[in-house]
Design a protein around this ligand. Structure first.
Ligand SMILES: [Zn+2]
Ligand SMILES: [Zn+2]
Length: 93
């Protein structure tokens, strides 16, 4: 898991460290909110070339800021990152 949120098992999604479309096979479990964030924040090419490990994603400022916010939210809520929304106003929904 990327974050420490406890989500129901049926909600857990599996993220390909290397995108499936780029022949990636290794997956790691992720909560839906983090998974959504990852795919809205980086392109498949970036995921393949740069953010292809848990550590490389966790160490980004973007992800740290997201998680800091996420862990304060009710655990039963799921959040979608909106690519079009300006980060400054209403960052993650
Ligand atoms: Zn994924
Ligand atoms: Zn998460």
């Amino acid at each position: 898991m990327f974050c420490e949120r406890e989500v129901q098992e049926k909600l857990i999604q599996y993220h390909h460290l290397i995108p499936k479309s780029k022949d990636g096979k290794d997956t790691i479990p992720s909560c839906p909110s983090c998974h959504n964030f990852i795919h809205k924040t980086w392109t498949n090419n970036q995921l393949r070339d740069i953010y292809n490990s848990i550590e490389s994603i966790r160490s980004t400022e973007d992800y740290q800021r997201f998680v800091k916010w996420l862990i304060k939210q009710p655990v039963e809520k799921l959040f979608k990152t909106d690519r079009k929304t300006g980060r400054d106003k209403n960052p993650y929904r």
